[in-house]
Design a protein around this ligand. Structure first.
Ligand code: NI
Length: 171
């Protein structure tokens, strides 16, 4: 089942999420499946729980966009252990559709997280995967990529979004 994606302006996107405490439940497994389905339907490479209205520390990532089942990554209660290097590249967000900007991120990250059964694991990412991990983990802290832009660019985008909201074109 695809879920409704919350857009910029919804307070859930700017709220610090709560750790997931219940593992291995059908509810959690279904949520993960629904999040992948929703992400693929919108051609995204990452989706965090607050983007579907749930303030929980859970995100799904697939930089192959559904091409490679082995690329599916579920990160629950994730923390970044290490960051290295730097990359600057275009970034977008399913909650801020139509806007893409260059964002500086670490080139490589190592993350520690739990899977749907609560087992801890570590994963490494570089380039696009590292970018997706950093972007999605930001979501769990209520941070959007707009926060990484210059105040000037951020205000410009906010003004454009406000216009779309007034015109009823931002639901
Ligand atoms: Ni996003």
């Amino acid at each position: 089942m695809t879920l409704r994606i919350r857009k910029y302006g919804d307070p859930v996107l700017e709220t610090n999420c709560t750790p997931v405490a219940q593992f291995g439940t059908d509810e959690l497994k279904q949520l993960v499946e629904d999040m992948f389905e929703t992400m693929y339907a919108h051609k995204g490479v990452g989706l965090a729980a607050p983007q579907v209205g749930l303030s929980q520390r859970l995100t799904v990532i697939d930089t192959s966009a559904g091409e490679d089942p082995a690329a599916r990554l579920v990160l629950i209660n994730p923390e970044i252990l290490e960051k290295q290097g730097k990359q600057v590249g275009e970034e977008g967000c399913l909650s801020i559709p139509g806007f893409r900007e260059d964002v500086a991120r670490a080139m490589q990250v190592r993350v520690r997280a739990q899977d749907v059964n609560g087992e801890f694991f570590e994963a490494d990412g570089e380039e696009l995967l590292a970018r997706a991990i950093q972007h999605e983990l930001d979501h769990l802290n209520g941070i959007l990529f707009l926060s990484h832009l210059s105040p000037l660019k951020r205000d410009l985008i906010r003004r454009k979004i406000r216009k779309l909201q007034k015109a009823g074109e931002w639901e």
